[in-house]
Design a protein around this ligand. Structure first.
Ligand SMILES: [Zn+2]
Length: 536
């Protein structure tokens, strides 16, 4: 069997097909995935081809949109820097993970086989970006009087709960820094052997000056290295680093350090940046397709990740670097210190001075999807109210789909609408444009329901598929009302059990049910007609 790579847009047998500027005719096609085909041509040879999906994505490395072709189609490797689990996940992080969830879902829709790795940072993250300050976990552990790993467990569970409420898919692999100490030590050893790191008294530092003689240290942000040096404080008399920009790969532990491991350089713990280089290489290889994270990570964490990976394997690790933008509140950057950094749960309950009420997780998600991931997104009560209305309008139309009657006549071209949805997502995952197209679907549904236009059975089936694909599978939205219906049936059952308990004069059980529900925010109200429930 002879295999060569080529690209094409049309897999139908009999059509002309181009491989390296030569035209062939297809005899048959065996689609392994949507993205990969084994083509048998009339010359009797076989070819493996990847399809040109037309996906363009903005690459921070080149500062422009580029055509996306994976290294190993149909496989795509994507690494996203996950949360540091020492406190409740903040909304800015949620936006990043929701954006990459959208990207993950759309790549899968295109037929790629995606391995999505999102780590959990559970060690080694100091408060300062430049190896200074306390360990975030140790500080929190002291504050909450818990073991550092209890802190990790508590906030990892909380993070997963929030991600579930936002209906994001779990990543394919969620590796932890503490679970990959050996890999990090091995990588540091190679970087030292290659001459890009040095050890002093149990600390290991990356030699930025040596590295920048051969590689471009500021490739990701295009900053001037001289300016960076001038903007970094000079080394003090106590400082053992050779250069001002050098950063720690391994940090010597003090006797009281709570989390420490044995290494060739003594007891210590890894620097923050090395975990992502080690874990991405382990699960995706030295070179992979996409590396993502919040844009605040580009200047230091991602810059250092590239340096570490290149110093180890001589490869730029990711071909595409993608960064999500910041959140603002009423025009000001969201931050804890500004007092406007509300947590996801506060946003759901409305329990924050800046919020006039709570918004459901899907309203918040819909609101976030109405902005492009590379734009800043401004939170305000008015904007959230508008999204709430918009989301309800979308779901109301979706719920009418099953009630539409079909006709012999047809007034709509659903293929054209689908092409517009794909074009929006192919343009660097432009979810706001996609949502605008979905409101065209809403208009079609409402017009047909009102009897002002007609749709054929074939077009209606296409419309249903389009809603399933783009609303539920790609945007990852869900109908919260249908969840309420399920909740309603569960509560009816519980209310019946309470009624039975009361009839049997088992007041302990009936009170237990009433108080238990109250603690969950559900109020029971007894009247002559029976018992009703409401959310408090
Ligand atoms: Zn990272």
């Amino acid at each position: 069997m002879q295999c060569k790579a080529g690209t094409g847009d049309n897999w139908n047998a009999g059509v002309p097909f181009q491989i390296k500027k030569q035209s062939f005719r297809l005899q048959s096609v065996d689609l392994a995935f949507k993205q990969l085909a084994i083509l048998k041509l009339y010359d009797g040879k076989y070819y493996i081809c990847t399809m040109n999906t037309g996906l363009q994505l903005y690459n921070t490395l080149s500062r422009k949109k580029e055509s996306f072709q994976p290294l190993n189609a149909p496989n795509v490797g994507m690494y996203v820097c996950g949360p540091t689990v020492y406190s409740d996940v903040h909304l800015g992080n949620c936006r990043t993970f929701m954006s990459f969830d959208l990207i993950f879902r759309y790549l899968k829709y295109l037929g790629y086989k995606v391995r999505y790795v999102r780590n959990i940072t559970d060690a080694g993250h100091l408060e300062g970006d430049r190896d200074e300050g306390d360990d975030k976990f140790a500080k929190r552990a002291k504050l909450e009087q818990l073991e550092p790993m209890e802190i990790v467990q508590k906030y990892t569970l909380g993070f997963h709960d929030v991600m579930r409420m936002f209906n994001t898919l779990p990543p394919s692999i969620e590796p932890t820094a503490t679970g990959h100490i050996i890999e990090q030590i091995e990588m540091i050893k190679i970087i030292i052997e290659n001459g890009y790191a040095y050890e002093i008294g149990g600390n290991v530092y990356f030699d930025v000056e040596k590295y920048s003689k051969e590689y471009n240290y500021t490739i990701l942000t295009n900053r001037n290295l001289e300016d960076m040096l001038n903007n970094t404080r000079e080394l003090g008399g106590q400082d053992e680093k050779h250069g001002r920009l050098d950063f720690a790969l391994w940090i010597k532990a003090k006797p009281e350090t709570l989390m420490q491991w044995q290494s060739p350089w003594g007891m210590g713990f890894p620097g923050w940046h090395i975990e992502c280089s080690a874990m991405s290489a382990k699960y995706l290889g030295a070179e992979f397709d996409i590396h993502g994270g919040g844009m605040d990570l580009a200047a230091t964490h991602h810059t250092n990740e590239i340096a570490q990976s290149e110093a180890c394997s001589h490869h730029q690790p990711a071909r595409f670097w993608m960064h999500t933008n910041m959140l603002t509140v009423n025009g000001t950057r969201m931050s804890k210190s500004a007092g406007n950094g509300f947590l996801p749960l506060q946003l759901f309950t409305g329990d924050h001075p800046l919020l006039k009420k709570g918004y459901s997780p899907m309203t918040v998600k819909f609101f976030m999807m109405q902005a492009h991931y590379r734009s800043t997104l401004d939170f305000s009560n008015d904007a959230l109210d508008a999204s709430e209305k918009g989301f309800k309008r979308l779901m109301a139309a979706v719920n009418l789909l099953e009630k539409l009657t079909v006709s012999e006549q047809n007034d709509f071209d659903i293929d054209a609408l689908k092409a517009n949805c794909i074009n929006a997502m192919n343009d660097d995952f432009n979810s706001p444009v996609l949502i605008a197209e979905l409101f065209e679907a809403v208009r079609i549904i409402n017009t047909v329901y009102d009897g002002k236009a007609k749709i054929s059975a074939v077009e209606l089936a296409k419309l249903k598929q389009l809603i399933q694909d783009f609303v539920f599978d790609i945007l990852g939205l869900k109908d919260e009302e249908s969840y309420n219906l399920e909740l309603n049936s569960v509560l009816e059952m519980v209310i019946d059990l309470r009624k039975e308990a009361k009839e049997n004069k088992d007041y302990a059980t009936s009170d237990k049910i009433r108080i238990g529900l109250q603690e969950l925010g559900i109020q029971l109200k007894d009247s002559k007609e029976g018992t009703t429930w409401s959310k408090v």
